[in-house]
Design a protein around this ligand. Structure first.
Ligand code: PLP
Length: 459
């Protein structure tokens, strides 16, 4: 017997039939190539005809949905029919972007993937981790994370979780050392977290190896591959369970957006939380933690990101090619001490990068091709003062705490993105005092090199 009245049940039955058609279309879209999914997502001709024929996904800016009657409203609010109800929880424009991101991140994966958008990358890191910190039996819980991570993530774990909630944070200082991860995971570990390639040191780790350790303990491996994007790396294929992205970076290249995403396949491992959390983590985040914490994305930002996403693979290809050239040039420069870039054989991460960073669907002739992204960092032989002099002399490369955008931008992480974690936190995270982080934009590489050349001459 249904818990709903016959009227509400009729609405649910009708929606179930309609949802079947949507699922069939999604299954067809999953057979398409990466570029096609990036361009079309799940938006199709039927949906366009229901939206005045709009070829581009329409923007829905209204916070709330109107319902035909009380039966429909009741079914929608019970999460029994596809509906968006209220923009803090769901919105049709966000849905197009969520489906596109879920399909791109899950490209090549057998399991179905789902996504939930958030108002920023940090909100995504928060939503993807906080559900695992539930108090169970009063025993001291811990989390295991690579210390080589974004400054905001470092502060979330070490301040909000460790100081404010009493969670023990076990930092992995040498992510390339699998024993370091293994020795820190025990029966009170709630999740394992790693960023790869990391911001700003481009550090990497053996994802399949760490995933195996996490799974043996019945817990999820959460990965932040923001710097790589799904065009170059899809950690779900290597055993990761949950992906977080700062959509503010390379995914929304034109630079108008702050946004984040949590993406997960169905059926993830966790020793804590309700069954719904394990069954469909992204949907769980949307229905509960997102609803209750409230970091919803604006539909305008979703639309901008959706537009940028369409050309993701092409630009990650040419930006990677240009960045490798710049990395080689910097490495050969007499004033440069070290260049951090996974595409360089001088980096300890190079072998792992060669195994895991591939341009999806291959190069222009369809051949497999390694591509290493458009973020690098470097230190100077004369240290911090020389780094500041170089940094202050840039005439075209912007000085700012930004990355992944159409315009080249540089920062000194120790005085910006990684300032607040202090010297001991930076030393844990292996952030050098005079390290300059450079995000290579879409300018002609000759002009980027010319600016680097003249700036280095001032050091
Ligand atoms: C920027 C960044 C974040 C945080 O994203 P916001 O959108 O700025 O909140 C998280 N992880 C990585 C790797 C980042 O570069």
């Amino acid at each position: 017997m249904s818990e709903f009245s016959p009227g509400v049940q009729a609405v649910i039955d009708q929606a179930t039939a309609a949802a079947q058609i949507v699922r069939q279309h999604r299954a067809r879209v999953r057979q398409r190539r990466f570029d096609t999914i990036a361009v079309h997502g799940i938006y199709n001709m039927q949906e366009a005809l229901a939206n005045q024929g709009s070829i581009i996904e329409p923007a829905f800016f209204a916070p709330a949905q109107h319902f035909a009657n009380s039966d429909t409203m009741e079914a929608a609010l019970a999460y029994q029919i596809p509906a968006w109800t209220y923009s803090r929880v769901a919105n049709p424009t966000l849905h197009y972007l969520e489906e596109t991101l879920a399909l791109l991140e899950g490209y090549g994966l057998e399991a179905e993937t789902h996504a939930t958008l958030t108002s920023s990358g940090m909100a995504a890191v928060f939503l993807a981790t906080v559900p695992f910190l539930s108090i169970e039996d009063g025993r001291q819980m811990n989390i295991v994370a690579s210390a080589r991570c974004y400054g905001g993530t470092f502060q979330l774990f070490s301040q909000r979780y460790a100081v404010e909630r009493g969670v023990e944070v076990r930092w992995v200082q040498d992510p390339l050392n699998l024993d370091d991860w293994a020795s820190k995971i025990d029966d009170q570990t709630r999740f394992v977290f790693g960023e790869t390639p990391s911001n700003p040191g481009l550090s990497m780790f053996d994802m399949a190896g760490v995933a195996e350790l996490a799974h043996a303990a019945g817990i999820p491996l959460i990965v932040d591959p923001t710097v790589a994007t799904p065009a170059l790396m899809r950690p779900l294929l290597d055993g990761a369970d949950i992906i977080v992205h700062s959509v503010s970076k390379s995914l929304s290249f034109s630079g108008f957006v702050i946004a984040g995403a949590v993406i997960a396949p169905v059926n993830i491992p966790s020793r804590v939380g309700p069954d719904e959390l394990r069954a469909n983590f992204a949907l769980y985040c949307k229905g509960f933690p997102l609803r209750d914490h409230g970091p919803a994305l604006s539909p305008f930002n979703a639309l901008m990101a959706l537009n940028d996403l369409r050309t993701l693979r092409h630009r990650m290809d040419f930006l990677s090619v240009n960045t490798l050239r710049i990395a080689h040039w910097l490495e050969a420069h007499p004033k440069v001490e070290h260049v951090y870039y996974p595409g360089l054989s001088s980096n300890a991460e190079h072998e792992i990068a060669q195994q895991t960073m591939w341009l999806v669907d291959g190069d222009a002739s369809g051949q497999p091709a390694n591509r290493y992204g458009h973020l690098l960092s470097f230190t100077l032989k004369d240290g911090l003062q020389a780094a500041r002099a170089t940094f202050d002399s840039f005439e075209m490369i912007w000085r700012g705490t930004d990355l992944g955008k159409v315009k080249s931008v540089a920062t000194i992480p120790a005085i910006s993105t990684h300032q607040q974690q202090g010297e001991s936190g930076r030393s844990l995270a292996a952030v050098q005092p005079g390290q300059i982080r450079l995000s290579v934009g879409a300018e002609h590489p000759d002009d980027i090199l010319a600016d680097l050349e003249q700036a280095l001459s001032q050091a």
